[in-house]
Write a protein that binds this ligand. Sequence first.
Ligand code: CP
Length: 354
Amino acid sequence: MSAPGAPTTTGVPKAWAEDEPGATSASEAPGDLLAGHRAPAVRHLLSIADLGRDGITEIMRLSDAFAEVAERPIPKVPALRGRTVATVFMEPSTRTRLSFETAAKRLSADVMTFTASTSAAVKGESLRDTVETIDAMGIDAMVIRHHASGAPLRVTDWVGASVINAGDGTHEHPTQALLDCYTIREALTQRRDGEVPADFKGLRIAIVGDIKHSRVARSNVLAFTALGAEVVLVAPPTLMPASLEGWPVTATGDLDATLEDLDVVYLLRIQSERLGEVLLPSLDEYHWRYGLTRARADALRKEALVMHPGPMIRGVEISPEVADMPASLVTRQVRNGVVVRMAVLFHLLGSGVI
Ligand code: CP
């Protein structure tokens, strides 16, 4: 038998593979869990730019290992036993919060959940005092969502924990982009009979909808292009950023003229809570011009993938029947969110002293 921590043929370190009754514990194998893992250059994950192409590739590799763990009868490993992860969400969330909390628990970390609506924030406590209070209780990572762009960056000045951006205003949502990359990579791998693509070169991806207010669009442009994909942004002029200077993309307002060349169509929710002004005549008109209707789905290449970060507003950016078609990867995106967030937590926390 190979030593604990030695990579198996599947790439899962041996100590994980033996994490069943009688298995090697994390405390018996310090460092062995890290076999093959390249430590990150930064402690925090605020932007996809913090990772770059190599960091994204490393998260994909780790996610493969955790996807294998997820298939086990007991999908849990001791990698972060004794660590504490706090989720601090100042904006609503279903997917991101639940998948981060599930990911942390599957790594055997303790989870501390902060809920803004039942916290002292409603009494007027500032963000700084809130996060310093949580940090003082002894945490290793803070997963934070905030309505203000840049809030997670400010928090890094106030806490000792690793800070993970779970969506800040209209800035970035890096773990959404990572799970999206992983989902595309998984679909390509299945199509190529198990051959994992090294990158996204040759792929043409359209991001469609409310680009102006979308943190998902910003993170995905960085991630998709870092992996070599060609990205086209599709939106009405009122929902396109005022300037795209420096964005490595092309842009158009004509969805119908774009469809036939696409490998992936990535739909965004109209962020009504951030519009602040009337930027659309009506949601019905938006659906008519930019929604992925059945007719538009039929105009896509037969192997084209349909993606959406959720929450989907059926009948606006996507018609209900298209949302439920086999080409739609929405549920796979959510499923992959857990293993990718396990990989992110392990990447940031698992490389220290265990
Ligand atoms: N995609 C996403 O961020 O969803 P939630 O708002 O439900 O977390």
